[in-house]
Design a binder for this molecule. Structure first.
Ligand code: COA
Ligand code: AMP
Length: 628
C-alpha cells in the first residue's frame, strides 16, 4: 500500500511539533556511514545542533552513492559556456573520478580533514570539482565570488587561513577576459596569512604566469595524483564557510555543517522544487553565492539529478533568448534565478519574441529568490512563459528556502509579493521591537523560533560572539533574520526588505557600511552615508551622500570619479557604486545617528514621516531637493 502524500499543513506541523522524529526520517533517506542516533543536541556554545553523532561524507552522498544505485552513466553535470563557445558533460562516474583525483591532488599538498581551502574561480566545472574534492577529504572550502576585488579576497584569506587556494587564470564576463591570477597575487600580498600552495587552472583565454615554489598548474597537480578516498566526518563538522555581507566592513563567515546541510538540501530538492532523481535542475547563479553552493552543486547531486553550470548572462551571451535556449536544450524541469535576470531579459525583449524559438515543454516551474520579486516581473515572466513562477525567500545563513510554495508537497495559490508559507522546520514569526508576536497584516521584524532546522548556521567562523550579537540577542529564543515584513490572514509571508544596512544589488548582498568605511577614507570626506535606492534593472543600487571637510577643494564630478574608483578597487565591480553627491548636512537623530530609512524613503519617492528625534529638521528639505 502506498502512503498518501501529506498536505502542506500535515508536513509543516509534523516538523514543528516533532522536529526530531521529522528530521530523523528525512536523514534516513541518505546513505550515512553511521546513521545518527542523536538527532538534536546542544553544543558547547549552547546552540542546538543536528545529527552530531552521525558519520558521513557529503561528497560520498552526492556522488559515490549514486554509482551504487546504477546512476553511473547518468549525466551529473552539464557545463554550457556561451562566453567561450564550449559545452561539456560529466556522468556521475566521470564526476566522481574527477573529484577523487583532485582530492588526491589536494592531499598531495597536505590538505587533510578540517583544513581550509579557498576557491576563487569562475563558473567552470573545476570549481564544483574543487568544492566536492574538499568535501571528500573533510576539508572546509570557502568559495569567493570572482567579482570581488583583491582586498575582499585578502580579508577572507585572513579569516579562513587556508592551506591551499584553488584558482583559475581568468574568468570571462560577456566579451571581457578578466585575469584572476593578478588579483589572487595581489590578495595574497595584502593578506597577513600566506597559503602554502595555489593550484591554478590555466584557461586558453589567458595564461597565468606561475610563481615558482608556490603555484602549481591544475593539470600537473592532477597528473601527479592518485584517487583519494572519502574521509568520514561527523554530522556537525563544517563542510564550508561562505562569507556574506554584514553591516560592517568585515564579512561574516557563515559556517555550514555537513550533516544538516545534506539532509535539508536532499529534502528540499523534492519538497521545494519537486525534483526526482534523473530530472534536470538549473540554478542560473554563480558558485560564489549560496544559491550556487546549494543548487548548482550540492542539492541536485545529493538528489541524483542533473545540474547545469552556465557560464553566461541572461542577456548578451548572445541575446535575451539565452535562458530559453539553455532550458530547452537540456530539458530543464526547473529554472531558478534572481528576478533581476528576468528584468534584464524583459528590458531587451519586452514581448519575449525570442521565446518563440525554443521548446520549453520540459520546463515545469520557474523559481526566483535573492531579492524582492516585484509584481511586474512576476506577471511578465508568468504571462510570457505560461509557467508557474514561485517566489521563495532565503538567506546565505539558512542555505535553503525559509518560505516558499512547496511544489513537491502541495502547491498553494500564489499571491504576488509573497513568498507564500514557511518551509517545514522554520517557525516564522513577526515580532515587534519588544519581541512580541504581531497580528496578521502588521509589519515587524521577521524572526525564526529556535531551534533552526538543519542546514542553518551554528556560528560565524572564528566569531561566535558576532553570531550571538547579530542574530540571537535581539529576541531571546529566536533567530533574527534582518528582514522585515508581515503575514496575512492566511499565514502568507510578505518580505518587505532589510531592516539593517545591507542592500541587494542585482541579487547580490552588499554592505552599505563597508562602502561608507571606504568613502570615509577619502581625504576630502568628513562624513558620509550610503543608501540603496530603487533601480529598475538591479532592484537597488548604492548612492553615496558626502559631507566635505572644511576647506576641501574638489568638485562633485571629480569626487564622484575618485570615490567610484575607490569602491571598485576595494570591493570590486560587483558593488555597482556609480553615484556620489555632495550634501551640506545629513538628517540625524540628536544622538548623531544618520536617519538612513528616511533618506531611502525620500530617494525612492515614498511617503515619509520625520522622526521626533531629528536634530535638524531643515536637513530633510535639503535631502528632498537633492534626491528627488
Ligand atoms: N567576475 C568578475 N567580474 C564580474 C563577475 C565575475 N564573476 N560578475 C560580475 N562582474 C562584473 C561585471 O563585469 C560588471 O563589471 P563592469 O562594471 O566593469 O561592467 C560588474 O561586475 C557588475 O556586474 P553585474 O551586476 O552582473 O551587472 P551587468 O550590468 O553586467 O549585468 C545582469 C546585469 C542583470 C544581467 C546581471 O546582474 C545578472 O545576471 N544578474 C543575476 C544575478 C544572479 O544570478 N545572482 C545570484 C543570486 S540568486
Ligand atoms: P543572500 O544571503 O545573499 O542570499 O541574501 C539574503 C537576503 O536577500 C535576504 O535577507 C533578503 O533581504 C533578500 N531576499 C532573498 N530572497 C528574497 C525574496 N524571495 N524576497 C525578498 N527578499 C529576498
Amino acid at each position: 500500500m502506498t502512503q498518501a502524500t501529506p498536505t502542506y499543513q500535515q508536513e509543516y506541523h509534523a516538523s514543528i511539533d516533532q522536529p526530531e522524529a521529522f528530521w530523523r526520517s528525512k536523514a534516513a533517506q541518505l546513505n550515512w556511514f553511521k546513521a545518527p542516533e542523536c538527532i538534536l543536541s546542544t553544543d558547547d556554545n549552547g546552540i542546538q545542533r543536528w545529527f552530531a553523532d552521525g558519520e558521513m561524507n557529503t561528497a560520498f552522498m552526492a556522488l559515490d552513492h549514486h554509482l551504487s544505485q546504477g546512476r553511473g552513466q547518468q549525466t551529473a553535470l552539464i557545463y554550457d559556456s556561451p562566453v567561450t563557445g564550449s559545452k561539456r558533460t560529466y556522468t556521475y562516474q566521470q564526476l566522481t573520478d574527477a573529484v577523487a583525483l583532485f582530492a588526491g591532488a589536494l592531499q598531495n599538498q597536505g590538505v587533510t580533514k578540517g583544513d581550509r581551502v579557498v576557491i576563487y574561480m569562475p563558473m567552470v566545472p573545476e570549481a564544483a570539482i574543487a568544492m566536492l574534492a574538499c568535501a571528500r577529504l573533510g576539508a572546509i572550502h570557502s568559495v569567493v565570488f570572482g567579482g570581488f576585488a583583491p582586498h575582499e579576497l585578502a580579508v577572507r584569506i585572513d579569516d579562513a587561513t587556508p592551506k591551499v587556494i584553488v584558482s583559475a587564470s581568468c574568468g570571462i564576463e560577456v566579451g571581457k577576459v578578466i585575469a584572476y591570477k593578478p588579483m589572487l597575487d595581489e590578495a595574497i600580498r595584502q593578506a597577513q596569512h600566506k597559503p602554502e600552495r595555489c593550484i591554478v587552472l590555466q584557461r586558453p583565454q589567458a595564461q597565468a604566469p606561475l610563481s615558482a615554489g608556490r603555484d602549481l598548474d591544475w593539470q600537473e597537480a592532477v597528473s601527479a595524483a592518485t584517487r583519494a578516498d572519502c574521509v568520514p566526518v561527523k554530522g556537525t563538522d563544517p563542510l564550508y564557510i561562505l562569507y556574506t555581507s554584514g553591516t560592517t566592513g568585515k564579512p561574516k563567515g557563515v559556517v555550514r555543517d555537513n550533516g544538516g546541510h545534506a539532509v535539508a538540501l536532499h529534502y528540499s530538492m523534492k519538497a521545494v522544487y519537486n525534483m526526482n532523481p534523473g530530472d534536470v535542475f538549473w540554478a542560473a547563479s554563480d558558485v560564489g553565492w549560496v544559491v550556487g553552493h546549494s543548487y548548482i552543486v550540492y542539492g541536485p547531486l545529493l538528489a541524483g539529478c542533473t545540474t547545469i553550470m552556465y557560464e553566461g548572462k541572461p542577456v548578451k551571451t548572445p541575446d535575451a533568448g539565452a535562458f530559453w535556449r539553455v532550458a530547452s536544450e537540456y530539458k530543464a524541469k526547473a529554472l531558478f534565478a534572481a528576478p533581476t535576470a528576468f528584468r534584464a531579459i524583459k528590458k531587451e525583449d519586452p514581448d519575449a519574441r525570442l521565446l518563440g524559438d525554443y521548446d520549453l515543454s520540459s520546463l515545469e516551474t520557474i523559481f526566483m529568490a535573492g531579492e524582492r520579486l516585484d509584481p511586474p516581473t512576476y506577471d511578465w515572466t508568468r504571462s510570457k512563459t505560461g509557467k508557474p513562477v514561485i517566489d521563495h525567500w532565503w538567506q546565505t545563513e539558512t542555505g535553503w528556502a525559509i518560505c516558499g510554495n512547496l511544489m513537491g508537497i502541495e502547491a498553494k495559490p500564489t499571491k504576488p509579493g509573497s513568498s507564500t508559507l514557511p518551509s517545514p522546520g522554520f517557525d516564522v514569526q513577526i515580532l515587534d521591537d519588544a519581541g512580541h508576536p504581531l497580528p496578521p497584516g502588521q509589519q515587524g521584524a521577521i524572526a525564526i523560533k529556535l531551534p533552526l532546522p538543519p542546514s542553518c548556521l551554528p556560528t560565524i567562523w572564528n566569531n561566535f560572539p558576532r553570531f550571538q550579537a547579530g542574530y540571537l540577542n535581539s529576541f531571546p529564543g529566536y533567530y533574527c533574520s534582518g528582514d522585515g515584513g508581515y503575514k496575512d490572514e492566511d499565514g502568507y509571508v510578505f518580505i518587505m526588505g532589510r531592516t539593517d544596512d545591507v542592500i541587494n544589488v542585482a541579487g547580490h548582498r552588499l554592505s552599505t557600511g563597508e562602502m561608507e568605511e571606504i568613502i570615509a577614507a577619502h581625504t576630502a570626506v568628513a562624513e558620509c552615508a550610503v543608501i540603496g535606492i530603487q533601480d529598475e534593472l538591479k532592484g537597488q543600487v548604492p548612492v553615496g551622500l558626502v559631507l566635505l571637510k572644511d576647506g576641501a577643494d574638489i568638485d562633485e564630478a571629480q569626487l564622484q570619479t575618485e570615490l567610484v574608483a575607490m569602491v571598485r578597487q576595494e570591493i570590486g565591480p560587483i558593488a555597482c557604486f556609480q553615484k556620489a553627491m555632495i550634501a551640506q548636512r545629513l538628517p540625524k537623530t540628536r544622538s548623531g545617528k544618520i536617519l538612513r530609512k528616511l533618506l531611502r524613503q525620500i530617494a525612492d519617492g515614498e511617503e515619509y514621516s520625520i522622526p521626533s528625534t531629528i536634530d535638524d529638521p531643515g536637513s530633510v528639505e535639503e535631502m528632498v531637493a537633492l534626491l528627488r
